[in-house]
Design a protein around this ligand. Structure first.
Ligand code: ZN
Length: 153
């Protein structure tokens, strides 16, 4: 396991649409381990594969509730309510912005054994799922920030 370099806003790879994962193999399994290491080392709550330069539909999320999530080929199937809150991104260090997200989402995905899973998220988890899934389509939270970004450090 190892950390990888996080791509920073301005890198064109962050604007690309990622490809679905067809099968689990050693390379992808190592990638997922490295994504967790990279996210935890940077004190993030989520990381998407394009942020480490890999254009695959994989995200990892750990909001600190004891259930780290690996979501492969994820899709939001239900969303409900609304929350406006501060958001940041490891690819835009030192910045935050206010983004409107659903209060609750249901997400279908595959886990790292390529089994179908359904994850329900509220509050911070709903926000993290939406943020990370956006990365897979080349969308950054700054595109959705209501009043632009502000410095947090
Ligand atoms: Zn991000």
């Amino acid at each position: 396991m190892a950390t990888r370099n996080i791509r920073i806003d301005g890198d064109s790879i962050l604007r690309k649409v990622c490809k679905p994962v067809k099968e689990m193999n050693f390379r992808t399994s190592v990638l997922i381990d490295d994504m967790f290491d990279t996210m935890h080392a940077a004190n993030g709550v989520g990381l998407a594969a394009p942020q480490v330069g890999i254009l695959k539909r994989i995200v990892v999320i750990d909001v600190g509730d004891g259930t780290p999530l690996t979501l492969i080929n994820p899709e939001i199937t239900e969303e409900e309510g609304e929350q406006l809150g501060s958001e940041g991104c490891l690819s835009l260090p030192g910045l935050s912005g206010n983004v409107k997200r659903p209060m609750r989402v249901v997400c279908k995905a595959l886990d790292r054994e390529m089994r179908e899973i359904t994850v329900e998220g509220e509050g911070l988890l709903a926000r993290a799922i939406c943020h990370e899934l956006d990365h897979l389509d080349g969308i950054l939270y700054k595109d959705r920030a209501e009043d632009g970004l502000y410095e947090t450090e």
